[in-house]
Design a protein around this ligand. Structure first.
Ligand SMILES: NC(=O)c1ccc[n+]([C@@H]2O[C@H](COP(=O)([O-])OP(=O)(O)OC[C@H]3O[C@@H](n4cnc5c(N)ncnc54)[C@H](OP(=O)(O)O)[C@@H]3O)[C@@H](O)[C@H]2O)c1
Length: 255
């Protein structure tokens, strides 16, 4: 299968690994980002690339999609369309491309290291071959779940943006270490390697995050004092509020 990605930014370039068993073409405004990915089939004209592929992957910002779609003069009706864009519905993708075979996916950036979470949903006309193709391809760079299209804004709020919440927590933990007198370099190491260790523990056994938390949280001990303070200061509300804000923003983008 010949695949063409439009947009070699953060997500487009992360997706390259998923398609490495296929012939891959990539288009961006300039060839610089494409060459940096080691891709030889680079294009700056989306139409020129699309005319040569079976599957078109839209990985541009949603705000730029309308202008991009209007600039493409070639017929896309026979192409399989994949979108990773937030806020552009299957219906809108079908109208803009003329193709009935559309799959929307919501990966997170961890696909870059083969540990992504990708939720996907397909149009009625997508067909089994296309559905299997997307499941196999994205399964190569992490776990996949099939969802309903109306759930996509929630998925963005949980796994799409979720990585950033863990990074924000790690950043704040680094600041806490510095505030308590640990030199900057060591503060980064302590907080960041703790994040890595948490992820690896989670991956090592089929226990929930709550179970791991309780394993560390000895009753009456030090960790329990910290977790109690987090709760007292509204940690749960803050995290749920953040997820709701992402969901609202995703809805706004689709209006
Ligand atoms: N980043 C994430 O973690 C993540 C997660 C899930 C989904 N997504 C989705 O992925 C999409 C891309 O996000 P991103 O973070 O990868 O954005 P990004 O880093 O800005 O990448 C978009 C790339 O597309 C290029 N581009 C824009 N318009 C183009 C056009 N008409 N022709 C060719 N290239 C064009 C941009 O070039 P210029 O910079 O020169 O404009 C840029 O290199 C978004 O719709 C987002 O919703 C992102």
């Amino acid at each position: 299968m010949k695949i063409g990605i439009i947009g070699a930014g953060a997500m487009g370039s992360a997706m390259v690994k998923a398609f490495e068993e296929h012939e891959l073409l990539v288009c961006d405004r300039t060839l610089k980002k494409i060459e940096a990915l080691g891709i030889k089939n680079g294009f700056t004209d989306p139409g020129e690339m699309i005319s040569q592929v079976d599957v078109v992957v839209f990985a541009v910002r949603p705000q730029g999609f309308k202008t991009l779609a209007e600039s493409i003069k070639i017929d896309m009706a026979s192409k399989m369309i994949v979108s990773v864009m937030a806020g552009i519905s299957i219906k809108e993708l079908q109208a803009a491309t003329g193709s009935k075979r559309v799959i929307r996916c919501m990966p997170n950036l961890a696909i870059k290291v083969g540990k992504g979470v990708t939720a996907w949903t397909a149009s009625d006309a997508a067909g089994d071959n296309f559905r299997n193709f997307i499941q196999d391809t994205l399964g190569r760079v992490g776990v996949t779940i099939e969802i309903l299209e109306e759930q996509i804004d929630t998925i963005i709020a949980i796994s799409g943006s979720g990585l950033a919440y863990f990074f924000a927590l790690t950043e704040t933990l680094t600041e806490a270490a510095e505030k308590m007198g640990i030199p900057t370099k060591q503060a980064h190491l302590l907080a960041e390697k703790t994040l890595v260790g948490s992820g690896q523990l989670m991956a090592s056994e089929s226990r929930s995050a709550g179970e791991w938390k309780r394993e560390i949280m000895v009753p009456g001990g030090t960790t329990e004092a910290g977790i109690r303070e987090l709760k007292k200061r509204g940690f749960d509300k803050i995290v749920i509020g953040a997820a709701e804000a992402v969901q609202r923003r995703a809805k706004e983008l689709s209006e």
